[in-house]
Design a protein around this ligand. Structure first.
Ligand code: GLV
Ligand code: MN
Ligand code: MN
Ligand code: MN
Length: 464
């Protein structure tokens, strides 16, 4: 019989902030581009080193480590009732070209530290706790986002697709995986699939990647300053009062985002082919310029997104390549990759349909061939689980941290874990909402708060 434990000892949860910051900094040096940028591409040499770093930390925390055929890494702390579905938490450590050192990383290093915090506090889990580091949340190398979690959630299409997937250097997915020590004997990726119900909960800690939490912090700090000035003016300012105000200001300025839903992402690859030719000799009426077709489609994406009438609809052409790429040669081929998202799936699908129609008519009007129009993924949104968000909210209250509910406009492995497990996400503020660029920054105090909320939520859900 399991004895109910008091969670009081958990309220003083002390995070080793210095150690955690050191780990974040050290991991950021495993990068293919110079600091402050971070680039860590799936199954590269740096990725392999980073994976070793994570497995080592999991081992130091006393977790038993397992890896699956694509390199999702699991570190488990057995609970008193290990036959119950465990509570899991985690994120990714791959980093898109020239990005920062916090995206994904704090959800992995922070999760390991949350386990350390619980161990130091003497906590005994009932359900086992598991930290997961997902393979390739970012689509950089093979064009597939959330590769590891998509497979875990049982995507048969992806298991098939990966058999013929190559990167831009024509290296197959399997060769790349073997380089990193995975997929050795195995072409059958269905071994990665997890059954629905494998976890009783999944939680991801992540930087907000948007400005809302930080801006609210400033508003609270400003109000506190105002109170302080009034107190001084009224001349009843003494030390104990200043102490109170400081504490209050700090607790107000620190906010946590409790994510209620993740917006629906989609991505599309497009290729146009024209006849190319000499930039001087071929006169304008004779051209079939594949580059201009791409440019026209890129502007059309912006137009369709704005036409939705909602601020929540977004679209980006992040990749635009011209062949042969010479100043005096009319582009004979062009390649675009389009990312479009919305919290409303139907509205996003309307945008996709408009992009398709536009690609067809551009191809006709310009006499270029639309040689590919491929919807790589068209994912539905995901909702957080009410019991998990409630557990997070009470964790915030017990830890005296302010919080607000919010949606995630970025996608995360949580989008796919939600298919096999109740899901929730914890956001922490980040500097100006910057992400996917080297200026990305999160203060260690905010990270530590996120870790404490994560630890207390894991504890609650483990005993549930
Ligand atoms: C993931 O990094 C995303 O683009 O939301
Ligand atoms: Mn990212
Ligand atoms: Mn991320
Ligand atoms: Mn992301």
């Amino acid at each position: 019989i399991h004895e109910p434990q008091s969670q009081d000892s958990l309220l003083s949860l002390s995070v080793d902030s210095e150690g955690l910051q050191k780990q974040i900094d050290e991991l950021s040096t495993l990068s293919e581009t110079p600091a402050p940028s971070v680039t860590r591409i799936l199954y590269s040499e740096k990725d392999v080193l980073a994976r070793r770093f994570i497995k080592n930390l999991m081992g130091l925390s006393g977790l038993s480590v397992r890896e699956d055929a694509v390199g999702n890494i699991f570190g488990r702390w057995d609970g008193d009732e290990p036959e119950l579905a465990p509570v899991s938490t985690g994120s990714h450590i791959d980093a898109i070209p020239y990005s920062g050192k916090y995206d994904g990383v704090i959800g992995v290093l922070g999760a390991i530290e949350a386990i350390n915090v619980l161990k130091r506090s003497g906590f005994k889990p009932k359900r086992s706790l598991e930290v997961i580091m997902f393979t390739s949340e970012e689509p950089t190398r093979f064009g597939i986002s959330c590769l590891g979690s998509r497979l875990l959630a049982g995507s048969k299409e992806l298991a098939e697709l990966l058999k013929k997937t190559v990167d831009s250097q024509n290296i197959s997915f399997f060769d790349a995986a073997r380089f990193a020590g995975y997929a050795n004997h195995l072409q059958d990726l269905t071994s990665v699939f997890l059954e629905k119900g494998s976890y009783s909960a999944f939680i991801e800690l992540h930087i907000e990647q948007g400005p809302i939490l930080e801006e609210e912090g400033w508003v609270s700090s400003f109000l506190m300053l105002l109170i302080l000035i009034i107190a001084v003016y009224l001349k009843n300012y003494d030390f104990s009062y200043s102490h109170l105000v400081n504490w209050f200001a700090f607790s107000l300025a620190t906010s946590i985002g409790v994510v209620t839903a993740i917006a629906a992402p989609a991505s599309i690859k497009v290729d146009f082919e024209g006849s190319g030719g000499h930039a001087g000799a071929v006169l304008m009426p004779m051209r079939n310029d594949a580059g201009l077709a791409a440019a026209e489609l890129a502007l059309a994406v912006e137009k369709f997104v704005l036409e939705s009438g909602s601020i929540d609809t977004v679209g980006t052409v992040g990749i635009l390549e011209l062949h042969p790429g010479a100043i005096n040669s009319i582009p004979s081929k062009s390649h675009l990759e389009i990312d479009t998202r919305d919290i409303d799936e139907k509205r996003r699908n309307v945008v996709i349909e408009k992009i398709h129609q536009s690609a067809l008519s551009i191809s006709e009007n310009r006499g270029v061939k639309l040689s590919e129009f491929k919807i790589v993924n068209q994912d539905p949104p995901a909702l957080s689980d009410d019991l998990i968000t409630m557990a997070m909210e009470s964790a915030c209250q017990e830890l005296n941290l302010t919080f607000r509910k919010m949606i995630s406009r970025a996608y995360h492995d949580s989008l796919f874990m939600a298919r096999i497990s109740p899901m929730g996400m914890i956001f922490i503020p980040c500097y100006k909402g910057y992400s996917h660029k080297p200026e990305e920054f999160a203060a260690i105090e905010d990270i530590a708060n996120g870790v404490r909320v994560l630890a207390l939520t894991l504890a609650k859900l483990s005993l549930a």
